[in-house]
Design a protein around this ligand. Structure first.
Ligand SMILES: [Mn+2]
Length: 313
C-alpha cells in the first residue's frame, strides 16, 4: 500500500503534510529511492525569541526555488538535470513541549538518514533548535567524532535561554559534548559564550569582522574541521541587507560570493554528512531573501556533487 504522500514505508509512521517540490521538479523525475539528494522540510517553530515566522521558512524556500534558473555558469550545465533531487513532504512536530518536539525530530531524522544512506540530506528549518536533533542523530551514525560547521551570526552556546534549554539560542551548547563546533560569521554573542568557547577545546569562533580582509579566514576555518562535517547554515549569517527575513538580524554579516567560495571548498575538502538551512522567516512581499536562500540550497546540492558535475558525465 502506498504510504501518505508517497514517503517510503519506513517513514510512514511520522506526521507529514502535503508539500511542494524543490525547483518545481516533477516528482517522478526524482523518486526518493533514486534521488542523489533528499530535501527534508521541517516547519518547526516554538522558541524564537524576537521576530517570528521561521515556521514559514521551508515553504518560502520551496516556493522561491520554482523561479530559479536551472543553468549554473559555474558548472556550465543544469545540475538539476544531472542530479536526482527529491523533496519530502513537510514533517510536522508536536508543539507545546520543545523537549518532546526535538526528541520526536531526532527519531524521525534518524529514520530519514537511515533511508538516505550515503545520499545528500538537506533539512530545511524551521528554527535553529532542529539542528541539535539532526546533529545528535548524525553523531550516533558515525563512530568518529564529527565537526559541526555552523554559519551563524550567533554562537548559540548558552546553556539555556528564557528558561528553556531547548531554545534556538542553545543549539550548540547541547551538542558540544558529542561533536566539535566551528562557528563562522559570529558577531552577536554574550560574554559568557565567549568564555565558554575559549574554555572548550572543540569550539572555534570565526568572527565576522575578520572576514572583511580577504579569504584567509577560510583556511583558518577549514583547518579546524575534522574529516566528517555536518553543515548548519543559519541565514542570519548573511548581512541583513541581503537577508533581513530572520528573527534576530545582526549587522556586518557575510556576502554571497565569498560564501559560495567557502562552501565549495568545504564540500570539496571534507566529507559533508548532511546539511541544514534554518531561521528564514519570510517577509510577505519581499521575495529576494527567500530566493537567495533557495539558490543557496541549489548551490549546496551542486557543490556536493561538484566532481560529477565538473567531470561532464
Ligand atoms: Mn543565529
Amino acid at each position: 500500500m502506498p504510504s501518505s504522500y508517497g514517503v517510503p514505508q519506513a517513514l510512514a509512521g511520522f506526521l507529514w503534510e502535503a508539500g511542494e517540490a524543490f525547483l518545481g521538479l516533477d516528482i517522478t523525475s526524482s523518486s526518493f529511492e533514486e534521488a542523489d539528494a533528499i530535501i527534508l522540510p521541517v516547519p518547526y517553530e516554538a522558541t524564537t525569541s524576537w521576530g517570528r515566522g521561521a515556521r514559514w521558512g521551508p515553504r518560502g524556500i520551496l516556493k522561491a526555488s520554482q523561479h530559479i534558473e536551472l543553468y549554473d555558469r559555474e558548472f556550465g550545465c543544469e545540475p538539476a538535470e544531472r542530479l536526482g533531487i527529491h523533496t519530502l513532504p513537510y514533517l510536522e512536530l508536536p508543539v507545546g513541549n520543545p523537549h518532546e518536539a526535538i526528541e520526536n525530530l531526532r527519531v524521525a531524522y534518524s529514520q530519514v538518514a537511515q533511508e538516505c544512506g550515503h545520499r545528500f540530506l538537506v533539512m530545511l528549518g524551521g528554527e535553529h533548535s532542529v539542528t541539535s536533533a539532526a546533529v545528535l542523530a548524525q553523531a550516533d551514525r558515525h563512530e568518529e567524532r564529527i565537526t559541526v560547521l555552523q554559519l551563524d551570526a550567533h554562537a548559540d552556546l548558552r546553556a539555556e535561554y528564557n528558561g528553556m534549554a531547548y531554545s534556538h539560542a542553545c543549539v550548540m551548547s547541547h551538542v558540544l559534548s558529542r561533536v566539535d563546533v566551528v562557528s563562522v560569521g559570529v558577531r552577536g554573542v554574550s560574554k559568557g559564550e565567549v568564555i565558554t568557547s575559549e574554555a572548550t577545546k572543540g569550539s572555534t569562533l570565526i568572527w565576522a569582522r575578520d572576514m572583511q580582509d580577504g579569504d584567509k579566514w577560510m583556511d583558518l576555518a577549514i583547518e579546524q574541521l575534522g574529516p566528517r562535517v555536518y553543515l548548519s547554515l543559519d541565514v542570519d549569517y548573511f548581512d541583513p541587507s541581503l537577508v533581513p527575513s530572520t528573527g534576530t538580524p545582526e549587522p556586518g554579516g557575510a556576502g554571497w560570493y565569498e560564501t559560495l567560495r567557502f562552501l565549495r571548498r568545504v564540500l570539496r575538502e571534507r566529507e559533508v554528512v548532511a546539511v541544514d538551512v534554518v531561521e528564514l522567516a519570510p517577509i510577505p512581499g519581499l521575495h529576494a531573501p527567500d530566493f537567495l536562500v533557495a539558490k543557496l540550497v541549489y548551490k549546496l546540492i551542486s557543490y556536493a556533487f561538484q566532481n560529477r558535475l565538473a567531470g561532464g558525465h
